[in-house]
Design a binder for this molecule. Structure first.
Ligand code: DAH
Length: 330
């Protein structure tokens, strides 16, 4: 008889508080539990067998109690899920996910934008897939003129559509969409078919600037760029304007800043950071603005170049690799 009951005890399903309680009443209940009943009847057995019978019934009892205990333990296991576990799910995790950081290019762009917004510039944008007319022709690059070689271009066949080589076409788009006075900066991604190396990549980022109004002079351009350089590189930054050429500005200049390592001042040198100039009358013609009335200046700079200088980054490719060890330093 105890052997049959052992089988029952082992095969009973205990999967809820209710079935556990039913199990307890059925086997261990004080009044009608099967095991309790057997214990009560021990005195009825022949005296010689009582001792052995008592031992076997006690084993059953132990086994039944073990099954209940193991169900209880499962119920309170710390990694069990669900509302009955007693775990406070609102507590913060033990290993919070590390926060991301702002990409150094975004960081540099934000700072540049903040300076020019302080000067009253607003932000304009344009498409990365551009027409040859906006990217070159309207900016006074004659077709078949060697000036187009300055920017090796990815053409998208067919139809004179290309990946823009600079943010300058947004000058054209802005002047076609708005009547002057216009004062915008244009951050954006540009593409060139360059041999990839530590200093050039097939894509990079620029910030363009354009100011068009009546009576704008080169002195205005010098002033705004001087204030910009001081805001970004510090009040004692040294800069110079060097004559240059761009088809869409006349006269044109490039701005260099003096870059030196305090530890080795003799290694100091001039580094170019942007191109600029007075808007060429042919550009005003292209967008149907009267060049006798309107004047303006424009400038354009590479964001990677400036971020590399400020953070001491040697290889432009590190910006695009998304190596977490690089990114988490910013
Ligand atoms: N678009 C020129 C480039 O990518 C940079 C530039 C030079 C922009 C002079 C300008 C400018 O607006 O006035 O090389």
């Amino acid at each position: 008889m105890p052997d049959d009951i052992l089988k029952d005890i082992e095969s009973e399903i205990i999967d809820s508080k209710e079935s556990a309680e039913a199990f307890r009443v059925k086997y261990l209940g004080r009044k009608s539990g099967k095991i309790t009943g057997m214990l009560k009847r021990i005195p009825e057995a022949p005296p010689k067998e009582r001792r052995e019978l008592g031992r076997r019934i006690n084993e059953l009892k132990k086994r039944a109690e073990e099954r209940l205990a193991s169900f209880e333990a499962h119920l309170h296991k710390p990694d069990a899920t669900g509302p009955q576990t007693g775990i406070d799910l609102t507590l913060p995790g033990r290993f919070p996910a590390p926060p991301g950081s702002i990409h150094p290019l975004t960081h540099t762009l934000n700072e540049i934008a903040r300076v020019f917004e302080g000067f009253g510039f607003s932000i304009a944008t344009g498409p990365e897939i551009e027409t040859e007319w906006h990217n070159f022709t309207a900016l006074n690059f004659p077709s078949n003129h060697p000036a187009r070689d300055m920017q090796d271009t990815f053409y998208l066949e067919p139809d004179r559509v290309l990946l823009r080589t600079h943010t300058s076409p947004v000058q054209i788009r802005t002047l076609l969409a708005e009547q002057p006075p216009v004062r915008v900066i244009v951050p954006g991604r540009v593409y060139r078919n360059e041999a990839v190396s530590y200093k050039s990549y097939c894509l990079f980022h620029q910030v363009e600037g354009l100011y068009v109004d009546e009576g704008v002079t080169f002195a205005d351009l010098k002033q705004v760029l001087r204030l910009f350089v001081q805001a970004l590189f510090g009040g004692d930054a040294r800069m110079r304007f060097r004559p240059s050429f761009f088809p869409f500005t006349e006269p044109s200049a490039e701005v260099d800043i003096w870059w030196s390592d305090e530890a080795v001042p003799e290694n100091g040198r001039w580094l170019e950071i942007l191109g600029c100039g007075m808007v060429d009358p042919n550009v005003f013609d292209a967008v149907d603005l009267d060049p006798e009335r309107w004047t303006g200046y424009a400038f354009g700079m590479g964001i990677e170049r400036i971020a590399m200088l400020r953070y001491g980054i040697r290889d432009i490719r590190t910006f695009y690799e998304n190596d977490i060890r690089f990114l988490e330093q910013f």
